[in-house]
Design a protein around this ligand. Structure first.
Ligand SMILES: Nc1ncnc2c1ncn2[C@@H]1O[C@H](COP(=O)(O)OP(=O)(O)OP(=O)(O)O)[C@@H](O)[C@H]1O
Ligand SMILES: [Mg+2]
Length: 256
């Protein structure tokens, strides 16, 4: 479990997918061997990595719900320097189907055992809910990366996420820790954003990454080209921010 991280926050649209794709790409740029797993039926991370969801032979759905091996679903998209286990809307059905399956919270962890050793980092993009899919990601992971948009309701959902993490830790995965909180889409000119940012530091102290991801249009444009921002506009503020986050993340994980 040492190298697997769930990128999660049940609040929608806070930058989970943007963070998973661009952190994966930035770690890969630093020479790390990285696998991104798309565990959100929306499949945004798959699209953002240039994977055509319509023509997938195997997806993360097959890996979780059938006997398919993880390697059967992993692809190496052209032009990217990391691997991807994509998904499609089949995964929507998994939410319900998992309820009838033995060891339902452990399916992803078990499926990843055979490939974990091949990667320095495995990042899982989670759906915007505390569903059975998110629980599968948490059971499989060592760390939880929580993207937060610094706005009024940001802290509200956080306590149920932290409770879920605590429950998974007690029942299924004692090694699970919050790896860090990332401030995303940050606008330093916005008073409220600065206020929420200070609250985060008061509550979570060193768990808040120093690197801040600014609001940057290049980050929003890159997915429509099917590439991470580092391949789309390397010198953009968004790209530089995710490269800095990757360095900080690697430094922290070595110290842990
Ligand atoms: N730093 C940023 N600057 C500008 N736009 C951003 C930034 N981060 C994310 N976005 C845009 O905001 C929207 C939501 O981001 P994203 O899809 O990463 O969030 P999410 O948490 O994965 O959403 P969901 O909960 O639906 O999975 C997207 O259109 C994305 O392109
Ligand atoms: Mg997403």
């Amino acid at each position: 479990m040492g190298n697997i991280f769930a990128v999660t926050n049940q609040k929608g649209g806070v930058g989970k997918t943007t963070t998973t794709v661009n952190l994966a790409a930035s770690l890969a740029e630093s020479g790390k061997k990285v696998l991104l797993i798309d565990l959100d039926p929306q499949g945004n991370a798959s699209t953002g990595c240039g994977v055509d969801k319509a023509t997938l032979e195997k997806s993360s759905y097959d890996v979780i719900m059938t006997e398919a091996k993880a390697t059967d679903a992993i692809v190496s998209p052209e032009g990217l320097s990391f691997d991807v286990m994509p998904t499609n809307t089949d995964l929507t059905a998994a939410e319900v189907q998992l309820l009838d399956v033995k060891l339902r919270e452990h399916r992803l962890r078990m499926a990843l055992e055979s490939v974990r050793g091949k990667y320095d980092f495995i990042l899982i993009d989670c759906p915007p809910s505390l569903s059975m899919l998110t629980v599968n990601a948490l059971v499989a992971s060592k760390g939880v990366i929580i993207p937060i948009q610094c706005e009024y309701y940001a802290l509200e959902g956080l306590s149920s996420l932290l409770k879920t993490i605590e429950r998974v830790k007690q029942r299924a995965n004692p090694a699970l820790e919050v790896s860090g909180l990332i401030r995303t889409m940050f606008d330093a000119r916005n008073n409220l954003a600065n206020q929420v940012s200070r609250q985060l530091i008061t509550h979570f102290d060193k768990k808040v990454f120093h690197s801040i991801i600014p609001r940057n249009v290049r980050l929003a444009e890159a997915p429509s080209h099917g590439v991470p921002v580092v391949k789309y506009d390397r010198s953009s503020r968004g790209s530089i921010a995710y490269m800095a986050l990757a360095s900080e993340f690697m430094r922290r994980e070595k110290n842990n």
